[in-house]
Design a protein around this ligand. Structure first.
Ligand code: PEP
Ligand code: MN
Length: 345
């Protein structure tokens, strides 16, 4: 259910509606819009009698939201969500490029790599400190040490950092060091973890599960938003199919469909989908052409020595080439890719 307020409604009117909603044992989510405020209502199992709210001062309309995802859908919020991360805006005209190694391996690797990425136009630095590895015997990440290295790289370059959180136990650590908390594909349906990051003040980059439908993906985002965190970026990273030439299949058709249904920014990760570096640049180009709000790519100065996902890592030169190409493609779809911090975008 969505309560639409009149353009001239006062804060007291909004507060009165929120109080009436909580008196019904439901949750109110005020959504300030460009011209007026709407109040999303969640928590009802059955229909709510609209007349309980439509008669309140300042209310123009009470609308039933028919889709299972409420807060993530455009029915509740028609305008695009733009997420601020430091000076970067995700979901606005400037496309966001998140780049960095699969894993944080050392101070030198991370900081010098971050400098190159910054110079060539990356907006944010990625790097895993807690790694969800298929085998328990492979490199699992540096843990807190890795997060400290990321924070140091941010200090040196000004790039906000994105890193994966795998369990609730480490949330305070993640909150202390990172700017965006990544929830990995394997945790897309870890509901207690989703709820916990939903109570965090940090934006969340939510990756689509390996076999998740669009509805499951949006409902996972809904878990985060239902707890109050509105800053969720959706990340398509490839799904399981019968492909025998790539690691996963990048589902690019989900990009315009997500953009149609949801107001949340959509980021595409071609690296994990492809699994092999020669596929990454073409897929990144296609992602921006398909309307993605940004891309996340793995980059390593020496991919052959990477401790995880070396085969899909772009070299530093390939990253520069990628940025040059995105600067050509972005304007064709009425976006910009000027690179670096974009305070005015
Ligand atoms: C990653 O981004 O390094 C990662 C592990 O991604 P995913 O969860 O998509 O496999
Ligand atoms: Mn990886």
């Amino acid at each position: 259910m969505l309560v639409v307020m009149k353009a001239n409604a006062e804060q007291a009117d909004v507060d009165r509606v929120c109080q009436a909603v909580s008196d019904l044992n439901l949750t109110a989510h005020p959504i300030p819009g460009k011209s007026r405020t709407a109040i999303g209502i969640t928590g009802n199992v059955g229909p709510v009698d609209p007349s309980l709210l439509s008669a309140l001062p300042g209310v123009i309309e009470v609308i039933r939201v028919t889709r299972p995802y409420k807060l993530t859908g455009r029915e509740m919020q028609p305008e695009d969500t733009i997420i601020r991360v430091g000076d970067v805006r995700v979901g606005g005209p400037e496309i966001a490029v998140i780049a960095g190694p699969c894993s944080v391996e050392s101070h030198e690797q991370t900081v010098s790599g971050a400098r190159h990425l910054r110079e060539h136009g990356a907006h944010m630095l990625r790097g895993g400190a807690f790694k969800p590895r298929t085998s328990p015997y492979t490199f699992q990440g540096l843990g807190e040490e890795g997060l400290k290295i990321l924070a140091e790289a941010r200090e040196q370059t000004g790039l906000p950092v994105v890193s994966e959180l795998m369990d609730i136990e480490n949330i305070e650590l993640a909150e202390r060091y990172v700017d965006v908390i990544q929830i990995g594909a394997r945790n897309m349906q870890n509901y207690p973890l989703l709820r916990r990051v939903g109570r965090s003040s940090k934006p969340v980059l939510l990756k689509r599960g390996l076999a998740a439908t669009l509805e499951e993906f949006l409902l996972a985002a809904e878990y985060i938003m239902a707890e109050g965190n509105r800053n969720v970026m959706l990340c398509e990273r490839g799904i399981r199919t019968f492909s025998d030439y790539s690691r996963f299949t990048l589902d690019l058709s989900v990009v315009p469909e997500l953009k149609r249904i949801s107001h949340l920014p959509v980021i595409v990760d071609p690296s994990h989908a492809a699994g092999r570096r020669h596929l990454v640049i073409p897929l990144a180009r296609a992602a921006i052409a398909a309307g993605a709000d940004g891309v996340m790519v793995e980059v390593h100065a020496e991919p052959n020595r990477a401790r995880s996902d070396g085969a899909q890592a772009l070299t530093l030169d390939m990253f520069s080439e990628l940025m040059e190409e995105l600067r050509i493609i972005a304007p064709a779809v009425r976006r910009t890719a000027s690179g670096g911090a974009n305070p005015t975008a």
